[in-house]
Design a protein around this ligand. Structure first.
Ligand code: 13P
Length: 249
């Protein structure tokens, strides 16, 4: 089973209308590498404008509510993302799990709402530093997978992103062997929960301080099907080399 490489930029709370030129440059650079799926997840406010600026490009949200509509001031529902032209959404990012107290059950409900709205999903998992240092990282992450994975889903539309919290925005990255071990363990868990056919199709991305220098090594690790990139996704100059690295594998 050959899984297409998938490189996704998470702009987090960055980007004004003026940043659409960078988005256009990123998607233009990505066009040269047709073997790689590339997507950008800007803030909600930019989704419609980015879709209009880069027709046909994959643009996504960074979160969605578990309900399709209702009295939830400040929240955005999955059908609204789809209506704005998004084709995917990130759920369960550690900055939401930690900063907004999202549980595995919350993340699962969001993933199910997104799939029901026709979106693809990137479901994030990852351990804090203390858990990594105690040797419990794999058990911790597999419990997150078990608790957050929807019950029934199209495996082509659901990717997992392994993002060790201590590697996000820090310049620290796990060893390639640790990444390969974790991704292999996640794939085995997906096989148990969703069946071996689904586990073969599902993409597992690595995220946390990915840049143009380390991308080839990290993306070349066993069971790594792509990258979820924060800081280095904000400009074409930094993001394009990561897409190139993915294309070279
Ligand atoms: P950095 O690439 O900035 O470490 O962020 C990773 C991340 O959180 C992507 O979702």
């Amino acid at each position: 089973m050959t899984r297409r490489k998938y490189v996704v930029g998470n702009w987090k709370m960055n980007g004004l209308i003026a940043a659409l030129d960078e988005a256009k440059a990123i998607f233009a650079a990505a066009e040269a590498h047709s073997s790689v799926d590339v997507a950008l997840c800007p803030p909600f406010t930019l989704i419609g404008a980015m879709v209009a600026a880069a027709p046909g490009a994959a643009v996504g949200g960074q979160d969605c509510h578990a309900s399709a509509s209702g009295a939830f001031t400040g929240s955005v529902a999955a059908p609204m993302l789809a209506d704005a032209g998004a084709s995917l959404v990130i759920v369960g990012h550690s900055e939401r799990r930690e900063g907004f107290d999202e549980s595995d059950a919350d993340v699962r409900a969001k993933a199910e709402a997104a799939l029901a709205a026709g979106l693809s999903v990137i479901l994030c998992v990852g351990e804090p530093r203390a858990v990594r240092e105690s040797g419990g990282a794999i058990a911790y992450v597999l419990a997150q997978v078990a608790g957050s994975l929807p019950g029934d889903f199209d495996p082509a539309r659901l990717a997992i992103a392994y993002e060790p919290i201590w590697a996000i925005g820090t310049g620290l990255v796990p060893t390639v062997a640790d990444v390969a071990d974790m991704h292999g363990a996640i794939r085995a868990k997906l096989g148990e929960q969703a069946g071996s056919d689904a586990a073969r199709v599902m993409r597992i991305l690595y995220g946390g301080s990915v840049n143009g220098e380390n991308a080839a090594e990290l993306l070349g690790a066993g069971d790594v099907d792509g990258a979820l990139v924060g800081g280095a996704s904000l400009t074409a100059a930094k993001f394009a080399p990561i897409v190139e690295a993915a294309a070279s594998l």
